[in-house]
Design a protein around this ligand. Structure first.
Ligand code: IPD
Ligand code: CA
Ligand code: CA
Length: 263
């Protein structure tokens, strides 16, 4: 068991500080990075790795027996504390590369398999989205709530696709299926910020079938604590080790999207 709310709040403070450090690294690299491809259209820069190193070193110095999982090859499972930090040091690399200002640092804290705290930091707007289990969700220290837009015909929704998505892929067919039913539909390039925006009431629904644990770990806590609903696309309980995610403002939009996203 986690001892107390103050233990969770301490973890959150470390996560926030680490996310700001990651954000500083992204700013510092913004004018000088070079780009490589991990796979077709799947970009990585020196900034991704430098941000992860800085975040990891900062947290590790404070919690030497905690475990880690980070997108850029970071994995440690032998600390024995039951805590694991799940890190995306730059979510939205393709946006970062093109100077499209929609990317973030995402840091989630897992305790014995459950997500208990999360921060998503947008360095472009200096926006820190933060939440701990049972403590509500905050943006720069002020409480945030999901929107009330419903049904889907009144909603602004967003999808994300895997890098290099094909025109005939199931993800694209599902996007086209939702298209005529929603008021507005977007694709943005940062899963983490999409989740933060659901929590802040700036978007009403978001889904993907290709997410990794670091894309969603922090966002799970944020959406729940802001009063939203987060499941797999079929409506079953969310599991950050499974790629499927549907996050909404918890209105009828959730059921409507579950039906439309069924294959
Ligand atoms: C990507 C973004 C994108 C999503 C991809 C992710 P990255 O993360 O979150 O929105 O569609 O599936 O891989 O590579 O920029 O960290
Ligand atoms: Ca990333
Ligand atoms: Ca990511």
């Amino acid at each position: 068991m986690i001892e107390s709310t103050s233990e969770l709040n301490d973890l959150l403070r470390v996560a926030e500080e680490a996310a700001r450090i990651g954000g500083d690294v992204l700013r510092a690299w913004a004018e000088k990075f070079t780009v490589s491809e991990k796979g077709p259209a799947d970009l990585v820069t020196e900034a991704d790795l430098a941000s992860q190193v800085a975040i990891h070193d900062f947290i590790r110095a404070r919690h030497p027996n905690h475990d880690f999982l980070g997108e850029e090859g970071l994995s440690r499972n032998d600390g024995g504390s039951g805590f694991r930090w799940i890190i995306d040091p730059l979510d939205g690399t393709s946006n970062y590369v093109h100077r499209f200002p929609y990317y973030a640092v995402s840091i989630g804290v897992e305790h014995r398999g459950e997500m208990v705290a999360g921060v998503i930091y947008d360095p472009t707007r200096d926006e820190m989205f933060a939440a701990v289990r049972g403590g509500g969700a905050m943006l720069n220290g002020s409480p945030i709530r999901v929107s009330r837009f419903s049904p889907l015909s009144q909603a602004m929704v967003i999808a994300s696709f895997p890098p290099g998505v094909r025109a005939d892929s199931p993800a694209m067919l599902r996007f086209l299926k939702v298209l005529p039913h929603a008021q507005t539909i977007h694709r943005s390039g940062s899963a983490a910020l999409n989740l933060a925006y659901i929590a802040a009431g700036r978007l009403d629904g978001y889904w993907s079938s290709s997410l990794k644990p670091w894309d969603m770990a922090a966002g799970i806590v944020l959406v729940r604590e802001a009063g939203g609903r987060i499941t797999k696309t079929d409506g079953s309980p969310i599991d950050h080790h499974v790629m499927s995610l549907l996050a909404t403002n918890g209105t009828l939009v959730h059921e409507e999207l579950t039906k439309l996203l069924r294959d």
